[in-house]
Ligand binder design. Structure first.
Ligand code: ADP
Ligand code: MG
Length: 388
């Protein structure tokens, strides 16, 4: 869409064109210019978004909308929306926005990797519904800092991911951005109704499983941040990242766990609940808890950590278990399976049982290697990180 900046005169013309009725419906009678001024001022009933948090804000928005359309099987609240569009499958639909300075730092994130990661993280949301991704759209906000060649770089990574995951780029939108780069991805996929996995299906006794390993992307980020700091102080020094190939790759080029979805199908198992790990394991366990109405016990000694994650956590003086719990950006799948299905999945490559679901009210527990029971805590993303 072409953006237009309305001058005050243009606004007045708009009113004169007899649109007053429509506009006053939307703005409760207040003129838009006055409304803008009110938004800038700290009026009497201003609530900071940080007070609600990301999830509080989403809940507030969701509570203002009903789902009157018969085709909506599941609306706001899961990794993707679920729509009934055909007889034999559901359509899955998800969107994500990545903003420079919030989700990525171009000081150490090459544009090609960014393009790949943006797509992979969206495919991951389709995997989290136990579905298969089919197509994406890309909305780009570009400041004048970006050249045609930079856009080519970004799209070379997007193309790589499209080839890898067998998905098509089918559209998008391009606009100027006052500052930095914003990437907005829409993705659709599909799943058979009897194979869909929601966040809400876990039952007491189900086994909590995770694909791959955890915490590596977080440590990769810590290394890149450290090297950026050193580089800013000593621009003549080039960072040597060759000692940490796995950790850096997990941060810069994560993979969506399409293979786990395929393996579960081959094994004839539908997870009773599922989510992907974008904000950190503990935060995602809390989502399963909240949506399924069960509690969970998670065992530190079961958490899958790559040796390099473990070693680097200690080198940074961090607790490896905490990195696995709260690191984020792993894009692994977290899911539950019924006990009777466990035998069918136990030998799948890259699956680890890390705990189990209990009756609501039993408590969200993290059991340390020493056997001590601690309350599980979700740290996750904070809106307050974003400053205007
Ligand atoms: P994920 O981390 O899997 O991408 P999110 O935590 O971003 O999921 O979103 C959780 C749910 O809230 C999803 O159903 C998403 O579509 C919905 N959601 C997020 N932001 C908004 C918004 N601004 N308006 C409406 N729905 C939203
Ligand atoms: Mg998700």
């Amino acid at each position: 869409m072409l953006a237009k900046i309305y001058t005050e005169a243009a606004f007045e013309n708009l009113f004169r064109l007899n649109r007053t009725v429509e506009i006053s419906c939307l703005s409760d009678g207040a003129a838009p210019a006055l409304y803008l001024r009110a938004m800038d001022q700290d009026g009497g009933n201003r609530t900071e978004i940080g007070e609600l948090g990301e999830f509080g804000l989403i809940d507030r928005i969701a509570s203002q909308f009903q789902q009157p359309h018969a085709a909506v099987v599941r609306g706001i609240g899961d990794d993707a929306a679920v729509l009934q569009t055909g007889a034999d499958h559901y359509l899955l639909w998800s969107t994500d926005t990545l903003a420079e300075g919030i989700h990525f730092d171009l000081a150490y994130m090459p544009l090609r990797h960014l393009g790949f990661k943006a797509v992979a993280s969206n495919v991951s949301d389709i995997c989290a519904m136990n579905g298969k991704a089919t197509a994406i759209t890309i909305g780009l906000g570009l400041s004048n800092r970006f050249s045609v060649e930079a856009v080519d770089e970004l799209y070379s990574g997007i193309r790589l991911a499209c080839d890898r995951y067998g998905i098509a780029l089918v559209g998008g939108d391009t606009t100027a951005s006052p500052k930095g780069l914003v990437i907005h991805i829409g993705i659709v996929g599909q799943v058979a109704p009897d194979r869909i996995a929601y966040r809400s299906g876990a039952k007491p006794g189900d086994i909590l499983c995770v694909s791959g390993d955890l915490g590596a992307a977080y440590l990769g980020l810590q290394i890149l941040e450290r090297e950026k700091r050193i580089f800013l102080q000593h621009p003549e020094m080039q960072p040597d990242l060759s000692k940490f190939p796995y950790l850096i790759e997990r941060q810069l080029k994560p993979e969506a766990r399409v293979k786990m979805v395929e393996a579960l199908e081959k094994a004839g198992v539908v997870p009773s609940s599922m989510i992907d790990i974008s904000d950190g394991l503990s935060s995602e366990v809390f989502h399963l808890h909240r949506h399924s109405g069960v509690d969970f016990s998670v065992f530190e000694e079961k958490l899958p950590l790559d040796q390099s994650t473990y070693d680097q956590a200690l080198a940074f003086n961090l607790d490896p278990g905490t990195c696995a719990l709260n690191g984020g950006e792993d894009y692994e799948l977290l899911f539950t399976v019924r006990q009777e299905d466990w035998e069918k999945v136990v030998d799948l490559e890259g699956i680890t049982a890390i705990g189990y679901a209990t009756e609501a009210g039993m408590g969200m527990h993290y059991i340390s290697k020493a056997g001590n029971v601690h309350p599980l805590k979700a740290l996750g993303w904070q809106y307050g990180n974003a400053q205007d």
